[in-house]
Ligand binder design. Structure first.
Ligand SMILES: [Fe+2]
Ligand SMILES: [Fe+2]
Length: 281
């Protein structure tokens, strides 16, 4: 039994991952604001997308360096699939990032920033802390997927040519949400490193994403658009705001007995898979 399997209330066979090869092409007639026809929402997603390729390469390496310490065959297989999934996400988000570059957004600056931060993590952090960082950011991507994107109403607001990228990525983030976490538990990672890595990842992720997002808004010419700011801030942080609603689920990570699969999202993901990826029921 793996260390993670001793945690209560998690499905035994939770690692059910499939590597799906996609090949997106985004045509020039996709509107500039391809999510909700809204600069705020579109550019927030674009800021995240800009950081994905470099970030995901780091996630892959941080998990891969512990591969030979995993004896559970199911987790071993999950690690291979995790690496495959993240590698494909990087490749496909590069396609979106290229589209945004063509439209005059300085995505290269964001990429260089994330590359620099990841290089610093690789040289300054222990392998265990690098893995803890990955497990922490994977909690963010799982929250973004389960509490936000994997929802038909939300997805219907994306341009139809862009929606599959986001649905596919969110589905796979949910499928592999516990892989880095389970590897961390398997190698006997300690609680202080796990929790302090989450605290640090939260500050960096929120701080850098907000800044990068702001630079894109400035480049779009909407920085002075008060109506856009009010609407966007209300959408994410207002009384019923998407991010505000995520806070309780975010905080669960700090519990000693936390495990990503205590929130069983398989039924929710299944519906979205069938609709957007054509997976069979
Ligand atoms: Fe990913
Ligand atoms: Fe991921």
């Amino acid at each position: 039994m793996t260390a993670a399997a001793k945690i209560k209330n998690i499905p035994e066979h939770r690692h059910n991952l499939k590597v799906r090869r996609m090949d997106f092409e985004f045509s020039d007639d996709i509107p500039e604001f391809w999510y909700g026809n809204d600069p705020f929402r579109t550019l927030l997603m674009a800021a995240m997308s800009a950081g994905f390729p470099e970030g995901e390469r780091f996630f892959i390496d941080s998990v891969r360096q512990f591969r030979d310490r995993i004896t559970d065959p199911e987790l071993q297989q999950a690690v291979s699939a995790f690496i495959g999934q993240e590698a494909h996400h990087s490749k496909e988000h590069d396609v979106l990032n290229t589209l945004m570059k063509k439209r005059g957004y300085n995505i290269g600056r964001i990429e260089r920033g994330v590359r620099g931060a990841m290089k610093m993590f690789r040289t300054k952090f222990s392998p265990e802390r690098q893995l803890a960082h990955t497990a922490a950011v994977e909690h963010f991507t799982a929250l973004m997927s389960e509490q936000y994107l994997l929802n038909e109403e939300i997805l219907s607001e994306f341009d139809p040519r862009m929606v599959t990228l986001w649905a596919w990525h969110a589905i796979e983030e949910t499928e592999h949400k516990a892989v880095a976490f389970d590897v961390y538990k398997t190698i006997g990672g300690d609680e202080w490193t796990r929790l302090s890595a989450m605290a640090m990842a939260s500050v960096l992720f929120v701080g850098f994403t907000s800044y990068d997002f702001y630079t894109l808004v400035r480049e779009s010419g909407h920085a002075g658009d008060a109506k856009m700011w009010l609407k966007g801030l209300d959408y994410y942080w207002g009384r019923k705001g998407v991010f505000r609603k995520m806070i309780p689920a975010y905080l669960q990570y700090y519990r000693r007995d936390f495990h990503p699969w205590q929130h069983d999202s398989r039924a929710q993901v299944e519906r979205i898979k069938q609709k957007y990826l054509g997976d069979k029921a």
